[in-house]
Design a protein around this ligand. Structure first.
Ligand code: MTE
Length: 330
């Protein structure tokens, strides 16, 4: 596995892709968004994007301690010409429904309390652990990985995460043979998390997600504690979140407080709410449309400071088939 020392990957020269505003396409997309579910939250974003780029409070949300020395693992760096999404865009175009139902939750998410964070790892393991953040950073070698990110809503980015492979955590806690699934639980505190503000019936907080243990042990499955070389901003799911680049973004639980190995497939947040729209497996698949929109193409959000996108073909497994297709061949 090739490891490169600094400079971090986003400072390396990369092919340039022109980010073009496709206003018509965007209007069309917004018109399609009827009904409840993740996509519905895009509606309020129209017309409010460029202002935040100049907002000094936005930049303050990602002026965080650096994670150094940084080692780049370029094994998964990608096969196409997509540039790294600019931080000013990635940090103001988020899904974090605990803090609101729009993309524009970066300010609200600053209410997330992250001091004295602990992650409990237990269930069907030989060696249960409760880690604080320093334990995690010391015990597991941090590396930077450039991953494509694909939301089920058909927008995408390329993001430089910093973290460690999930398989390292599995090795530390030693799953028992009867552990077949993992459940990730996000922090939840109703006092600081007002929720999405749209009606979906009673919401199954806390946010939970799950994988099969074999998926968690795959090379690509990653816990991020940082992005763009620094600690994770709150809107991205500080201080630790899951990143699973071959799956739709909703599989990557943010602000994780509990990781449990279990025998049965657990219930998960979106699958419980809208099972026909948000399947358990949720691998990126251009040939399997979401019930309310096509997944054949995606709106890639790249460089610049004003939100715009260009259409790209969706890749099976988001381009990571060579690493994960075997998991699904049975
Ligand atoms: N985790 C929690 N706890 N709450 C959420 O609302 N949204 C998911 C995922 N993880 C979500 C979450 C969805 S739908 C997406 S697309 C990604 O986080 C968005 O991650 P980003 O905001 O860092 O781009």
């Amino acid at each position: 596995m090739p490891f490169l020392r600094v400079p971090p990957a986003w400072q390396l020269p990369r092919p340039h892709a022109t980010a073009e505003a496709s206003y018509q396409n965007r209007r069309q997309f917004l018109k399609q968004l009827v009904g409840a579910g993740i996509g519905a939250s895009l509606i309020p974003l129209a017309g409010c994007r460029s202002g935040d780029a100049e907002n000094p409070n936005l930049a303050a949300t990602y002026e965080l301690p650096s994670l150094e020395p940084l080692v780049s693992n370029d094994r998964f760096a990608g096969v196409d010409d997509r540039p790294i999404t600019s931080q000013v865009l990635a940090s103001q175009y988020n899904n974090f429904y605990e803090f609101g139902g729009s993309k524009n939750i970066w300010l609200a998410a600053q209410a997330l309390p992250v001091n004295d964070w602990q992650v409990e790892v237990g269930g069907l393991v030989k060696n249960p652990q409760t880690y604080d953040l320093d334990d995690l950073k010391q015990q597991f070698d941090l590396e930077e990985r450039l991953y494509r990110f694909r939301c089920v809503e058909a927008w995408s980015m390329v993001l430089p995460w910093v973290g460690f492979p999930m398989r390292s955590l599995l090795a530390a806690v030693e799953p028992r043979p009867d552990a077949k699934f993992v459940r990730f639980t996000s922090a939840y505190d109703a006092d600081v998390m007002p929720g999405p503000g749209f009606h979906l019936g009673s919401l199954p907080w806390p946010y939970t997600e799950s994988l099969r243990v074999e998926e968690m042990a795959n090379d690509l499955a990653f816990f991020a504690v940082g992005i763009y070389g620094k600690e994770l901003p709150k809107q991205h799911g500080a201080p630790i979140r899951a990143v699973l680049p071959w799956k739709y973004g909703f599989k990557g639980a943010k602000s994780i407080v509990k990781i449990e190995l279990v025998a049965e497939q657990p219930k998960t947040y979106w699958h419980t709410l809208v099972p026909n729209e948000y399947g358990y497996e949720a691998n990126v698949n251009p040939d399997q449309p979401h019930p309310r929109w096509s997944q054949a193409r995606e709106r890639f959000i790249g460089e610049g400071t004003t939100l715009s996108w260009e259409w790209r073909e969706t890749l099976p497994y988001n381009g990571y088939g060579e690493f994960v297709a075997d998991l699904y061949s049975a």
